[in-house]
Ligand binder design. Sequence first.
Ligand SMILES: Nc1ncnc2c1ncn2[C@@H]1O[C@H](COP(=O)(O)OP(=O)(O)OP(=O)(O)O)[C@@H](O)[C@H]1O
Ligand SMILES: *[C@@H]1O[C@H](CO)[C@@H](O)[C@H](O)[C@H]1NC(C)=O
Ligand SMILES: *[C@@H]1O[C@H](CO)[C@@H](O)[C@H](O)[C@H]1NC(C)=O
Ligand SMILES: *[C@@H]1O[C@H](CO)[C@@H](O)[C@H](O)[C@H]1NC(C)=O
Ligand SMILES: [Mg+2]
Length: 337
Amino acid sequence: MQPRRQHVLLLWLLFYSSMAEALEPISTTIAVGMAAALTGILARYQNIFYYFHECCRPEWISFNITRLKTDLDNKLFGQHIASRIILKAVNGFMSNPNPKKPLVLSLHGWTGTGKNFVSQLIAESVYAEGMHSRFVHVFTSTLHFPHAEHMATYKSQLQQWVRGNVTNCERSMFIFDEMDKMHPGLIDSIKPYLDYYDKLDGVSYRKSIFIFLSNAGGDGIIQTALEFWKAGKNREEIELKDLETTLSLSVFNNNKSGFFHTSLIDKNLVDFFVPFLPLEYQHVVQCAMAEMKARSLEPNPDVADQVARDLVYFPKSERVFSVKGCKTIESKLDFYT
Ligand SMILES: Nc1ncnc2c1ncn2[C@@H]1O[C@H](COP(=O)(O)OP(=O)(O)OP(=O)(O)O)[C@@H](O)[C@H]1O
Ligand SMILES: *[C@@H]1O[C@H](CO)[C@@H](O)[C@H](O)[C@H]1NC(C)=O
Ligand SMILES: *[C@@H]1O[C@H](CO)[C@@H](O)[C@H](O)[C@H]1NC(C)=O
Ligand SMILES: *[C@@H]1O[C@H](CO)[C@@H](O)[C@H](O)[C@H]1NC(C)=O
Ligand SMILES: [Mg+2]
């Protein structure tokens, strides 16, 4: 059966091509030429399309370690632990062509210490469009999941969103802001996606990045930072091991952390707990200087000093750490310049 069919096909081809050549040699050539040209135009058009329209391709999504490193070194102040972990974690994950699970980071710390800021730096080092990328998704508990009584709906909605978005692009990034205001249990609904699975329903989540932001555990970090300060030790001497265990434990046992008794921690699905230290006077000055530079003003140390001096610091007696971190610098600066 098979050889005979091949013979017939060959004969037919021979016949057809000779006929075509005999009948209309010119138009055949033209047709072939046009087809080739069209293919070329289509290919080029596709490239132009990729060029102007963000899509899930290396032109738009590729990790630039130089960018992340210089940004962390130059723009993030007073977070030596976070800076080091983030660079290692993201670089290790992005340079692995075949990760076993998605990257899951949980950033913890006092308000205004740079958690959202760092997630922005990560997004900018991976996506050409940064936070504006179609593949970066931010979920804010108080905005997307405000009512405890709708938990069942939120759970299925969140699963659908994550699944839909990863189906579109496996290099997706999900940022969960205000985790401490998230109903405990909601985050468990995406647990399967964070686990060591090859594929779930035909979708692989292993190249996605999940980042959780919360103030939970911030008190413990402050405690440690204060102990170091009181012992006259350098802030840079604080190491991850001084903080990490207490951090994951306190977050797990805190019913207001969004991670209360969650299987994410039970099952070690969070790759890194990243502590953000409370910021000191000198860091607030740096933030103010950076903000002036960002507004293309001449950075003025006197103004920066004044901004920093007018902030509130704690503990009351020693006045070591800024209560709002660097958070209100932007609006304060309007007042002084
Ligand atoms: N460590 C830092 N280095 C440089 N700038 C910082 C730092 N921390 C905060 N900032 C500045 O302050 C602004 C607010 O910080 P950010 O939103 O990241 O705080 P946060 O940790 O998310 O606080 P919250 O817990 O209240 O959400 C940032 O946009 C950034 O400009
Ligand atoms: C990576 O980032 C650095 C610093 O921002 C920049 O100079 C360089 O061109 C970037 N490299 C690529 C390949 O985009
Ligand atoms: C992706 O997530 C967004 C929320 O950020 C949601 O509105 C959208 O429907 C999701 N896309 C898909 C295909 O599920
Ligand atoms: C949370 O825990 C605190 C003490 O750890 C307890 O007083 C409080 O009732 C708990 N809240 C809920 C909603 O379980
Ligand atoms: Mg924040």
